[in-house]
Design a binder for this molecule. Structure first.
Ligand SMILES: O=P(O)(O)OC[C@H]1O[C@H](O[C@H]2O[C@H](CO)[C@@H](O)[C@H](O)[C@H]2O)[C@H](O)[C@@H](O)[C@@H]1O
Length: 267
């Protein structure tokens, strides 16, 4: 259980402002443990229920991820939670309506071609994750292949006009459009004056920056950032957080406290 003044204050503020408060969650490494095989990942026990409880009590709850919406939907589709997939290139509202940024569609064939080439040209120990609108080249099980992935990925990005995005033991190649978690946060928090953000990876930095910018511009805006520590991106991401927990499992009691604090009868 985390005990700190900032947590107590953040819980009080969330309770006071629950009708204008939002909770935003990264998925991998935050709501789920990191595993070698990205297809085998599931949320840690109790986290979906805790997120759902919060969603029933505050204005907005969203998962903002590098995963496709279709993957997120398998775990959160039954909850009143907004889903932002592929760093905001697609989204699904709490009623199940899917939106894909039309700007990414012309890039589908380039991504498809890079996926095919990655499978044949890279070492077979590199795991190629085809996300249709982007591709992730994973070297978690073969860290010595990092430079091969970075060099090959850099060349393919230049050749096909894609944008490279590094992450935890992964390099992603995505369409070069202005979509990232920062854009999601700017759009999705316009009607909120209280935001909690949970993350662990480099892809979360634009969201954290967007929140810092908003807080600097608007002194009445309250933000609380919770990081999940890890040996890969830990330092850089942790430096932007108010509180850091050791693992996704440690989030569950904090989320239950937040749900409890935001229960109207507790006010
Ligand atoms: O924004 P996120 O929800 O954090 O998604 C970012 C990427 O996460 C996944 O990769 C990471 O998790 C894998 C499973 O634990 C792990 O094997 C890999 O090393 C990590 O980088 C996912 O596979 C990517 O598609 C996401 O973009």
């Amino acid at each position: 259980m985390i005990e700190s003044r900032s947590v107590t204050d953040a819980l009080r503020i969330a309770a006071e402002r629950r009708q204008t408060c939002g909770f935003f969650f990264d998925f991998d490494g935050t709501l789920s443990e990191i595993r070698d095989d990205p297809t085998s990942v599931v949320p840690v026990p109790g986290v979906v229920e805790a997120v759902a409880e919060i969603a029933a009590r505050v204005r907005t709850v969203a998962v903002v991820s590098g995963r496709p919406v279709e993957f997120l939907q398998r775990h959160f589709g039954a909850q009143p939670v907004r889903l932002y997939g592929l760093y905001g290139m697609e989204s699904m509202d709490a009623h199940g309506t899917l939106w894909t940024d039309p700007e990414v569609l012309p890039w589908v064939s380039a991504v498809e071609e890079v996926v095919k080439r990655a499978v044949t040209e890279l070492d077979p120990d590199v795991l190629v994750e085809d996300k249709r609108l982007s591709v992730a080249l994973h070297y978690r099980t073969a860290p010595h292949l990092r430079s091969q992935v970075e060099t090959w990925g850099g060349h393919r990005a230049a050749e096909y006009g894609l944008s490279p995005l590094p992450g935890r033991m992964v390099l992603e190649l995505k369409p070069p459009i202005r979509r990232d978690k920062g854009g999601v946060i700017r759009t999705a928090t316009g009607d909120l004056d209280c935001v909690w953000y949970f993350g662990d990876d480099l892809g979360d930095l634009p969201a954290l920056t967007a929140l810092a910018d908003r807080a600097a511009a608007d002194p009445s805006f309250r933000v609380f950032r919770v990081g999940v520590s890890n040996p890969e991106t830990g330092e850089q991401v942790a430096a932007m957080m108010d509180v850091v927990v050791n693992s996704p499992h440690d989030l569950v009691p904090l989320l239950r406290r937040a749900a409890d604090a935001c229960t109207p009868t507790h006010r």
